[in-house]
Design a protein around this ligand. Structure first.
Ligand code: ADP
Length: 376
């Protein structure tokens, strides 16, 4: 649908929500750029929905301000914000046709304009043939497309989506995910999308905002978030299987563990106890030949074949468990003694107290997929 006006910037400024003694959202400051697809991700109960509902105007704000472009919308009624929301449960009226569900409440337009918008949305969503059906005659994916149709017909300044794919089965979810991405490319409407699913966040977001305990942890393009997590929480939440995090001692640019020693070129933070992070795919299975890198020994305790890879649960000296993602055709069995080495360019060190990242062995690349800065 043609969006006649320029896309909107959504500014969350110190946004806070308190329910009695509970701070559900705490001091969240974030600019969603014009036309950006921003995903808010975090574990259940971290304050994602509350944040989105405050942006929608469905929830009051305890502290902080909200702006759409330069317009302050804090305290303004939801109906005055020109946002469209899509929820997990579709929220369709069962006794109305898909068409009626889409147009219901669109009294601001005359019939001709309403019809034009419905036809256009139906075409974009590929549901033109289904408009006369009732929700019970539609599949889950089709129902969610009707709900999306209702949102896009309103030509809103901002789309707000709260786990819209969670009720769909795994295959349909993947399909709808790519349809949503395509839809966004077509409409270029500023979108805030909430999910607990980090894969969904990584695949859909121009940028991903990670929330934990009501606080914003990091906002970055997906690959940057993955390669340069700013703290232990982000490092372990983003990525599946999760990053390994082990206690080590750092001296003279070397991380020491009972099972291994690994050098940390350029490390210039405090020495002593630290947390060492390495992703399962950044540990290499060393096969017999003389390796160039330092190696260490491990015992395989469990193998989990995943088709394209195999996940090895390994035990190293002092009983630490290490997850290693490897080529499934190496033929390793549980009980095998194997040799491993770390990719020297993919190591992370975190402060053991605060969890803040103090070192990444990879060189910081410029974030990709970041939206252009606002002109303001
Ligand atoms: P998420 O969407 O990340 O799962 P929510 O934003 O729904 O999390 O909730 C954040 C926290 O606020 C949770 O601890 C939840 O129990 C609490 N909460 C949400 N809504 C209310 C409410 N209406 N009254 C009291 N507590 C609430």
């Amino acid at each position: 649908m043609s969006n006649a006006t320029d896309p909107t910037t959504v500014r969350l400024d110190g946004l806070t929500k308190e329910y009695a003694s509970l701070r559900a959202v705490e001091d969240v400051t974030l600019d969603v750029m014009p036309g950006e697809f921003l995903v808010i991700v975090g574990p259940s109960g971290c304050g994602k929905s509350t944040t989105l509902r405050m942006v929608a105007g469905l929830e009051t704000v305890s502290d902080g301000e909200l702006f759409f472009d330069d317009r302050r919308v804090t305290g303004i009624d939801a109906s005055e914000r020109n946002v469209a929301m899509v929820f997990q449960n579709y929220a369709l009226y069962p006794h109305m046709s898909a068409r009626r569900n889409i147009t219901f409440g669109m009294s601001e337009f005359d019939d001709e304009e309403t019809n034009r918008r419905v036809e256009e949305a139906a075409e974009i969503l590929d549901i033109a043939d289904l408009l006369d059906r009732k929700p019970k005659e539609l599949s889950g994916g089709e129902r969610q497309r009707v709900a999306l149709g209702r949102a896009i017909c309103r030509d809103p300044d901002v789309f707000l989506m709260d786990e819209p794919l969670s009720n769909l089965d795994a295959k349909l979810r993947v399909q709808m995910r790519s349809e949503l991405a395509r839809l966004h490319e077509e409409l270029e409407t500023t979108t805030v999308y909430v999910t607990h699913d980090q894969t969904e966040a990584m695949t859909l977001g121009d940028r991903v905002a990670v929330l934990n305990d009501g606080r914003l942890q990091q906002v970055d393009p997906p690959q940057h978030l993955y390669d340069f997590p700013e703290n232990r929480f982000v490092a372990e939440f983003i990525g599946d299987p999760a990053m390994n995090v082990l206690s080590v001692t750092v001296t003279e640019q070397t991380a020491e563990h009972e099972a291994f020693e690994v050098s940390l070129p350029g490390y210039d933070d405090i020495e002593g106890s630290a947390l060492f992070g390495v992703r399962p795919e950044d540990i290499e299975y060393v096969d017999g030949e003389q390796p160039r890198r330092e190696t260490f020994d491990a015992t395989v305790t469990v193998t989990e074949p995943l088709g394209d890879t195999v996940l090895l649960y390994c035990r190293i000296a002092d009983g630490t468990e290490l997850k290693v993602q490897s080529d499934p055709r190496i033929g390793v069995q549980s009980g095998d003694e194997i040799t491993l080495s770390y990719d020297p360019e993919r190591l992370h060190i975190f402060d053991p107290e605060s969890g803040a990242a103090v070192y990444h062995s990879a060189t910081e690349a410029k974030p990709t997929r970041a939206p252009a800065e606002d002109d303001d």
